[in-house]
Design a protein around this ligand. Sequence first.
Ligand code: BGC
Length: 464
Amino acid sequence: MSSTNLTKQSVRTDAQCTALEELHQQFRLPTAELKKVSSHLVEEMREGLKTHNATVPMLPSFIKHHPTGQEQGEYLALELSGSYARTFLVHLHGKGRITTRQQKYRITENLKRGSITALIDFLARCVDSFLLFVGKQSVEAAPLALGFSISFPLNQTAINHASVRRWTKDFEITGADNQNLSALLQNSLNKLKAPVVVKAVLNGTAGCLLAHNYRSLDTLLACTVSTGTNAAYWEKAVKVVKYDIKGAKEDDEVIMDTEWGSFGDDNPNYLPRTFYDNTVNRESINPGVHLFEKMISGLYLGEIVRCIMVDFLDRRLIFDGQYTKELNTPYFFEVSYMSAIEMDSSEDLEDTKHILETILNIPTTTLVDRQMVKRFCGLVGQRAARLTAAAMSAVIDKRNVLETGLSVSVEGSIYEHYPSFPERVNTGIREIYGANVDLINIGVTRDGNGIGAALAAMIACTRD
Ligand code: BGC
């Protein structure tokens, strides 16, 4: 690594240069590597379509009808994602146009680690107070149909029948095994006399796919890169071998929730994992689970960088050996700090200095320390985006539809707010597909979880 353009104060030692170069080698993902990751994921997806206990589980949503974009009406939606619940009143106007009213509620740590009853009762109260807010609480009027989207893998047996297969991210809910979420929610709503009928329950990413479909009919795939990560796509019903979908015709399609977060769980060598990924996984609340998610989603990126900082510190390569409680605390260094550091273009890296010295409490840092940390963030952020690109290409290749062109929906705090994330994803996709990249139209879907849940309720009311 050249230091010729750097000021005297920022000259790195040979040991620092060597260590940074080694780190770079561990985190870089050349095009050939991206293609390898992609083809391994295709392999795991195929397995998931065949067997019930595959690593990438490929869960059917029981949503078999594409929206046409012409549907009209008013539907309710409830969304439970990583840190928030949101309620929506979705107005479908036809011609791909949608308007919403919505409210947001924080999911407290107690709820994240409490019983399913406490969680569902809380969600029902959110819906009930939202009805008051939008003036729809009258029990005289016809009840509103509601779709419930939830950002966890579901064991689904019908569009309105699903239980949580596994709690991911930082949720540890008790008493939820085999419990039908829509029945639980309906009971809690009935207790509150809320005029609502729960018509559909679905994974949030499947919701994003429906929401994007309403305005772009050729949408094949929706990805979420947020606290967690996932993708849902339209698969040919006849390819879902593990379910004998009754009477499925060659052209019938169904939304599959890939749950690609668990890609690599049984074949860790399918992923280019580093020493730091192993540490993050080993120390997480669910070791061995969601290895892919732990390399790319918002809950873990900051923790990977924190592990790199601690390692470099222990090797006396940064911070002059100064350590602090904050730096030693798992998950203290959040992804929002990475974003701020990646965006810091000041000569002295002032924002980075603030984060390191005021938030992480490191008594003093040099410009070299700050530049090194900025580099760590860049390597981890860039790898996350490139892995996302590889995973997206796996789904596109699996369906083999590139020639005809397609739309892809992406959403989530990391994709939408982490600096340069979309550009880095695009670069990865361009490397994989060359000029054919122009056949892929990537768009962001805002509020897709909620809007899609309302669309699922609409489909359940009108088509099923
Ligand atoms: C969950 C998925 C979800 C994704 C994004 C993952 O941890 O397993 O079901 O869609 O996070 O929220």
